[in-house]
Write a protein that binds this ligand. Sequence first.
Ligand code: ZN
Ligand code: ZN
Ligand code: FE
Length: 738
Amino acid sequence: MLNIKIFGIVQGVGFRPFVKNLADMNKIVGTVANRGSYVEIFAQGSEGDLKNFLSALQSKNPPRSAILKVDVNNLPDKIFDDFQIIDSVHEAGDIFVSPDISICDKCADELFNPADRRYLHPFINCTACGPRLTILKNMPYDRERTSMGEFPMCDACAEEYFNPNSRRFDAQPVCCNDCGPEIYIIGKNLRGHDAIKFVRKILAAGGIVAIKGIGGFHLACDAKNFSAVQRLRNSKIRPTKPFAVMFKNISAVKRECFLSDAEEIFLDSPQKPIVLLQKKVGSIAENVAPNINKLGVMLPYTPLHLLIFDFPDEIKDFPDALVMTSGNPSGVPITIDDNGAIKNFDYCDAILSHNRKILLRADDSVMDFIDNRPSMIRRSRGYAPLPIFYDYGKKIQVLAIGGELKNTFCLAKNNLLYSSPYIGDVDDLRTIEVLKSSIQRMSNLLEIKPEIIACDMHPRYQTTILAEKISKELDVPLIKIQHHYAHVLSCLAENNFGGEVIGVAFDGTGYGLDGTIWGGEFFVCDSKHFERVASINPFVQAGGDKSAKEGWRIALSFIKNLDIARELNLADEKNLRGVKFLLDKNINCVRSTSVGRLFDAIAAVLGVCKVSTYEGEAAMRLQALAERSNKKFRTDFMNTDEIFSEILNGRLNGENICDLARLFHERLAEMTAQICEELSFKTKIKTVALSGGVFQNSLLSLLTFSKLQRCGLKVLRHELIPPNDGGICLGQAIYALN
Ligand code: ZN
Ligand code: ZN
Ligand code: FE
């Protein structure tokens, strides 16, 4: 008899029924059980049958499963009558919690098939699709341990659930039109199909609807209706930050955006992330993603989304593109329950909710593409909490709490790094509460009791304060990791790289070892030590928090001359004099090497964006302009002061703004490559790791990659872990492991 243990994503993906079918086909007797972190099989049969069974197990596994390891042991034979699936017995080990999965093709077909008993059922799912992480209380993944536990199955559903030949065999969230959760309009007596028709009418007429989804609420309106979009902007107090758009299908996407093969694969993958696509001149309202060349696009990923687009009612010209933006008040985590929705979405024309509880928030993931490879901006629904493998360091359990902005945290165990869904900016009490409860829930799910806590060095980060508290409560050590070093380490973690690198961290703001602001740093480092060997030229940020939003302040600090500042119309006279005063007297001034702020300053000088209304706005607009220029430049080395002067002079001489924006990108990439080349020459290190939020800029990244490669250097880059602060928990974690 063989004892087979299969590790990986084997829960909630139809793995046990798959094993049962395979066993029956190969005349194998025995059992299969869900052990929490793995699936355990006892298999008995002829040698040939066992061989076939074993190879099919690993080659024909269900589409959503991922086998990471298979252990096979020989045991003495026992007596079995047949092959059976036995109840879950829980054992501790490496746990792989499945992320949420978008509706599969078979379920989508049934959804619109009038003969099917789940015709137009907003919660249709099967073993290959549906919610997972967001409805899970505890492992192993069984209905009673999910938020479906409170809904008894009807006889027909129970029949499928217990029938090994059904696609819904062992599908925990199974339900139908006669059982399970239901949808409704809050405050109105409209349920089920009436609720969908009501919502369609409002959206078609240009209204705004809050819609409860998998990991939280969305706010939706017609993406081609300028005034609807504007009303949403005004209500959400979000003047210019781009909104994501959900298109009805791929062909609707292609009418409005360019779509490469690689982008299409990810866009239509089971994870269904938001993918940033190049816009065409089309009919999406101008104010959906103003001043940038790209649009955040996603496809419907729940049956409810499909029904909203395609419900067979009398509305024939329903929009094929809906703004679908996270339903939350600015800066606060996504709303997940009715009370929150009633409080936060009073400006909506309707709130479409349902009574299946969301236990863990999961915002939509956001992905860009650089050089035909993904570049994750926000890793959340569909991806979290899949672990990253890291082969180096100790096998201890770690909680790395992450940064302050775009927070995610990471739990590590047995060299597997599980990073959480997106939490958000932890500068608000409500976000801290969500962070705390998410840490609780995830450590419970993954059965991790941290033996060490890791956090940022910033003394005033709420995450640092929380980490200090948790470390006291658990009585375990706390280690603090410099922000940009953690960025570079996150890149090593993603690339499973254990050696020495030249690390480049270009970032917005982070606390430096010397108490100044860092963010344009060159390190020589490995996972144990770092040395800051170079940085961009320091400048002065005047005016505290405002200096992170108002690029004109940084520009003035470079220019130093009020007449030139006036000529560029950087700000009104009062503000200009005020900041000049601060700079002259060195009041409320901090030294900074932040490349993010340098971008802001250049954008202000070029008159592109003097004040950012969301993080990264100036840099995104600058990139958008640069992409319109195809001018070629000589590649000269300049430091950042010289680059600034060159751009400033170009601007004062009336040169083309797009060309100047392009020049800035080229110069910065060239400077970076040449510094790395020199460092490589000195240290003999041939690998460069690029990280930090600035490398979300695909133009700068591309230019830097190619220049580094031309110098003969190997580049480690981010693909599925964000280069921004959403990734630094991983860097903190591997430092703690080493
Ligand atoms: Zn399905
Ligand atoms: Zn049912
Ligand atoms: Fe950062």
